[in-house]
Design a protein around this ligand. Sequence first.
Ligand code: PLP
Length: 386
Amino acid sequence: MRQVYLDYAATTPVHPEVQRVMGKYFNEVYGNPASLHAMGQEAYGAVEDVRATIADVLGSQSEEVLFTSGGTESDNCAVKGVAFALREKGNHIITSSIEHHAVLEACYFLQKNGFDITILPVDRYGIVDPDDVRKAITRSTILVSIMHANNEIGTIEPVEEIGTLCRERKVYFHTDAVQSFGSLNTRVDDLNVDLLSLSAHKFYGPKGVGVLYVRKGTRFVPLLHGGSQEFGKRASTLNVPGIMGLGKAVMLARDEQTSRVGHGMKLRDRLIHFITQSIEDTQLNGHPKQRLPNNCHVTIKNIEGESMLLKLDAVGIEVATGSACSSESLEPSHVLIATGISPVDAHGSLRFTVGRLTTEDDIAYVEQHLPRIIEELRIVSPFTKK
Ligand code: PLP
């Protein structure tokens, strides 16, 4: 059966060149970068080269790039790391209602431990109003964390503007750029951020490795205590093969950014156009223009997304009903609810995310099967007026 993978926001296949680079560091150069012998030092040198490359792409200094185990750890380290470091100065943190659970749950944890958390609303497209951030900042605000682009509906947030006003008010600003890296400009001085999270598996790198950028001078307490790796900010032996894969994936994302974005937009726009124009009672979620180039998120009224997902899967089409991380939960997506979508419509939503291996034929295959599946489900749907 044909397989059409349209869940690139959940994860991406590892690029063959990334795999090739990693192999060497499993089999030949397996030394610990903290070891003083030649093999350890070779691994150390290779890791530092990757750090310099990532710093170059982010427009930062090498010492500001920390390797982590992925987006979840980077987000947790950013939020809790600043919170615990600045506890004496203040206890107020501002975030938004559409953040990834890695930020929201870290904030809820802090709330249970005496911090004051403000969760800002979004408009119907999922956009945070910078003016709301401005009004929410008080004398005890120590951190603002607003994502660069949303993982479910693909909406791009006005982070440059939010970063500027945080700087004016001398409040640290963190952005989760896990979904935007490789598609949008993530240079830290353009975004005006103090902390930024990345995850390799979202841009054809391996799972379990990521980056936390921490601007020099930012007060920060490590989450993991132990050895003095990562400038004393993150203990644990470095995941050398993962870091080497991450480095290659970053270089490929940089070199192929224009072609990947162009390719994604063409296929995404074809999908959006097809679904919203030729299938009745459908609507695009997220912002029509300020959205990630590979994201098509739609509500298909009067049907459950889970039934559609299973029927699509039966013909080899792999999509998501909401955030990949909550795909086992039957709670309606917090992101869709935050944009004002009803719980029933939230359940009838599908996320299609295209990637570098998606073809026009793949989209044609969706166009061939989706209308039939929707029609079959609408006939038996209890929501359909008979
Ligand atoms: N932040 C966003 C916006 C994400 O989309 C994800 C993953 O879905 C994460 C954080 C978590 O990243 P990881 O899977 O590397 O822990």
